[in-house]
Design a protein around this ligand. Sequence first.
Ligand SMILES: Cc1cc2nc3c(=O)[nH]c(=O)nc-3n(C[C@H](O)[C@H](O)[C@H](O)COP(=O)(O)OP(=O)(O)OC[C@H]3O[C@@H](n4cnc5c(N)ncnc54)[C@H](O)[C@@H]3O)c2cc1C
Length: 319
Amino acid sequence: MDRDVLIVGGGTIGLSIGFELVRRGTPVTIFEKDEAGRGTSYQAAGMLAPDAEIEFEERELYDFNRESLRRWPDFADRVEAASGQSVDYRDEGTLIVADDRDAAEALERLYEFQRDQGLDVEWLTGEEAREIEPFVAPSLAAAVFAPSDHQVDNRRLVAALKTAFKAEGGTLYEETPVEAVVPDGEAPAVRTADGERIEGTRVVVAAGVWSRELDGLTPDATPPVRPVKGQSLQLRSKRPFDLQHVIRGPEAYLAPKSDGRIVMGATSEEMGFDTTVTAGGLYDLLEGGWEVVPGIRDLPVDETWAGLRPASRDHAPLL
Ligand SMILES: Cc1cc2nc3c(=O)[nH]c(=O)nc-3n(C[C@H](O)[C@H](O)[C@H](O)COP(=O)(O)OP(=O)(O)OC[C@H]3O[C@@H](n4cnc5c(N)ncnc54)[C@H](O)[C@@H]3O)c2cc1C
C-alpha cells in the first residue's frame, strides 16, 4: 500500500493542511479522536483581526498575521469551491470601542501605536462610531475602526473543510484516537488507541491543545502548548437588531455571523483543561457586551460553552 502523510487531529489546522496537500496530489490520512471540527475550532469566534489584536512589541508576529490574512480570501474561495459550502467570509472590519474615559485613554495609546506601525486604522468619536454601526451604545467615549480586519464563520469553515478534504480524495478516520507517534526516520508511524500501527511518509501533529499528550514525541518535537480557557456564549439576532461589524469592548467582543449567530466572548483563564461554564464568567461577558451594545439585552441566548485555546509562550504559532 502507498504510504500517506498522516495527520493527528481534525481541527482547522489538521483539515487545512490535509486539504492543501491532497489538492496538490499528496495522499493524506487524518485521525480524529472525536468528530472532526468539534474541538477548539468549533468554540472560537472566527475573527481574523491582526489590526485590532496587535500587541505592543509584537511587530514580527503582526507581519506574519497580516500575511496570513492576505492569503485568506483565496483560501476561502478554494475551500468553498471544493466543498460547495459557504464559510461566511466577511470583511466589514472591527470596531474597537471604549465605554468610558479610562478605556478611551487606553484605546488612544493603542491607536497611537497602531498608527506608528502604519496600520489602516481610524480614530472615531462615539457619534462617528454610531454612524458606522448604529447598534453601539450612545454613551461610547471613543472608538477605533480597523476596516482591514476580517472574519469567517469558524463552524461553517470546519464543516466545509471536512467536505473539501474528502472531496479531494483525503481519508478521514473519526472516533479514532491516536495514542502515540513513532518518529522512526524512514517509516514514521502512528499507533491508534486500539493498537494498530500505521506507517506514513510523514506525521503531522495537529492535535491542538492536546498535542503534548501524545506518547512518543521527542522533546524537541513536543510543542510548548498550554490550554487557556475561554468562556463564550451565543446570542441569536432578532430584527430590527442587525449588527454588521465585529465589536471589541474592553471586557467582551461580539462577532456577528450571517446566519444570525452572534458569538460573544471570551474570558481568558489559566485553569488547565477545565471547561466549566461559570456564572461569573457569563456575567462578566454579558455585562461587558451590554455596556457597548445595549440592544443585546432583548436577544435570546442559545448556547454557552468554554473552549481551550492552544496558547504558545509568545503568542506565535507553533510549527
Ligand atoms: C473562546 C475561543 C475563542 C477563539 N477565537 C478565535 C478567533 O476569533 N480567531 C482565531 O483565529 N482564533 C480563535 N481562537 C483560537 C482558535 O480556535 C484555535 O487556534 C484553533 O481552532 C486551533 O485549531 P486546531 O486545529 O489546532 O485545534 P482543534 O480545533 O482543537 O483541533 C485539534 C483536534 O485534534 C483532535 N485530537 C486531539 N488529540 C487527538 C488524538 N490523540 N488523536 C486524534 N485526534 C486528536 C481533537 O479532538 C481536535 O478535533 C479561539 C479559541 C477559543 C477557545
